[in-house]
Design a protein around this ligand. Structure first.
Ligand SMILES: *Cc1c(COP(=O)(O)O)cnc(C)c1O
Length: 217
């Protein structure tokens, strides 16, 4: 996977170390995470809170970095704020406020990305393009939130040109929102089937499950 990312980076004229591999371990056992951690992988992504908290507690000694990437129910914000370093799937003001309140000021601020729904019809989660600017302003005001950038999950497509078109729109949206002091450096985009297109359009975190761990049970 490191090689696939490095080749995509080079093809795009980018340095491979600009791109972080997030290993998406949902529905894979703790033992699979431990093996990858042993091989040097640090950042892991999970979608389901109780499954994730169990794994995080069992792997507590390993100094891993946990990213929450699934849909967020408001009654789960406390557990997420307590156990994760990153949340990629923030899509509404209520969730942002609750994460901020639940994050202890003894911990570093919670790194967040706003999930954007670029293709309204295809998905229920994600803020609409019109809502993003307000969420960015709110996140910037909250003391326990560190807003890092934007995330998207496009509808699956095997057409590279189509994949790039959507990822390019996330990058342009980010460019239109950034300002001095709020650089929004992170574009969390690209999965097993479309990470080359995402890297070509500026992805800084690719979220890869199947291509690393095999099919999910
Ligand atoms: C499951 C999941 C992934 C990983 O998808 P693969 O196709 O298995 O690489 C990435 N991002 C999110 C938000 C996911 O839910």
């Amino acid at each position: 996977m490191k090689k696939r990312i490095a080749e995509a980076a080079r093809a795009a004229g980018r340095a491979p170390d600009e791109i972080t591999l997030l290993a998406v371990s949902k529905r894979h056992p703790t033992s699979a995470i431990a093996s990858l951690a042993y091989a040097g992988q640090r950042a892991f992504g999970e979608n389901y809170v109780s499954e994730a908290v169990d794994k995080i507690e069992r792997l507590a000694e390993r100094n891993l970095e946990w990213h929450f990437i699934g849909p967020i129910q408001s009654n789960k914000t406390r557990l997420i704020a307590e156990h994760f370093s990153w949340v990629h799937s923030v899509d509404r003001a209520k969730i942002l406020r609750r994460l901020d309140e639940a994050r202890s000021s003894d911990q570093p601020p919670l790194n967040c990305c706003i999930q954007v729904n670029l293709e309204q019809e295809s998905s229920k989660s994600g803020a609409s393009v019109d809502e993003v600017a307000q969420l960015v302003t709110l996140a910037d005001e909250l003391p326990n939130i560190a807003l890092r950038g934007l995330m998207c999950i496009p509808r699956p497509s095997t057409d590279q040109a189509e994949q790039r078109e959507v990822f390019g729109r996330l990058r342009e949206l980010r460019d239109s929102l950034r300002r001095p002091g709020l650089e929004l450096p992170v574009l969390s985009m690209g999965m097993s089937g479309d990470l080359e297109a995402a890297i070509a359009e500026g992805a800084t975190i690719v979220r890869v499950g199947t291509a690393l761990f095999g099919p999910r049970s």
